[in-house]
Design a protein around this ligand. Sequence first.
Ligand code: OGA
Ligand code: FE
Length: 304
Amino acid sequence: MAIDAATIAVDAADKAATTDSANKGSAVLGKMHFLARDPKYAHEKPYTLRYTPAPESGIPQTNIARVEHAIVFHDWRGRNDLQYEECGFGLAKLDEALPYDDFADSSQIEGVHAPRVLQAVRSALGAASAELVDYVVRRRHAAWPVSTGEPYAFQQPASRAHIDHTYAGAVAVIKEAHGDAAEEVLSRRWQLVNAWHPLKGPLVDWPLAVCDARTVDFARDTMAGDVVDRHQVFENTQVHFGDKQKWYYLQHQMPDEVVFFKNADSREPESATPGVPHAAFDNPLTTDEDFRRESIEMRILVVW
Ligand code: OGA
Ligand code: FE
C-alpha cells in the first residue's frame, strides 16, 4: 500500500503565489506524478521493461507505483535568481530555429539543428566541448494520456518525475559512447545535460517542469531505478514527492528557447545537486485552441 496520500494540500504561501504576478511571475496550480513511498522499495528496485514480457513469464511490465500530488509550477521566465550552477537548469536562446517541418527529417536534426543546440549549451556553460549522445522527438497523440491500445507512433510526454541517469548510469552511457577513450573523458569534469524545447510555440499543452535541485533531499526523495531493454539496462533516478521541492516551468516556451538541465555530474557523490528532477504536466491553462505538444530533447555530454 502506498503511504502517500493521493494529493496533498498546497501550503498557503504557494497558493498565494498563484495569484501573485507582481514580481515573481505567474504560477499555475497543477498535478504531477511521483514514485510512491511504497515499503516494497526497501527490497525491490523500481523497474520498467521497454518490451512486452511473455505472459507465461509472469513478469509485470513495471513495479512502479505512482502517486499524484498537487504542485505549484512557478514561471521562471525573466528570473535572475535561478542560476544553473545552483538550481541545475538554465535557458539558452538559439540564433536560428529549425523550421517545424524539418523536425520530420533526422538529417536536418542531426546535421543542422544539433550543432546549433550544442553550441548554445557549450557556450552557456563555458565548457570545452558538448557532444550529442542521443535525442528524442515527442509528439503527443490526441488520446494520450489515455491508451489507444496500439503503440504510439512517437514517444509521448513523460509524466512521472525522474532524472535521466544515476551516476553509474551516466558512466555506462559515456563508456558506450567513447569505448576505449572513455577513461580520459571520465577523468575530467563532465556532466550529462538535456536540452529541451517545443517544435512549435508558444507552448501551453503539457509543458516540461523542472525542480530546483537545491530543494530536493536526494537521500530521502530519490532512488535508482532500472529501464530494461531486451539487451541492455539503463539506470535512472526515480523521484518521490517532497514538500520542500520547488517546481518551475517556462511559460509559453518557444522553439528557439532551449531549456537545459543537469542529469548527471562527475562531482557526484560530493555534489549536493547531482541532477534535476523533471517531468511534463497537464497544464490547467490549456484551451481547445492550443496545439498538442511536440518537442525535442537532446542528451548532451558536456566536458570542461
Ligand atoms: C527529458 C524528459 C519529458 C517530456 O527531456 O528528459 O524527460 O515529456 N522529457 O518531454
Ligand atoms: Fe527525462
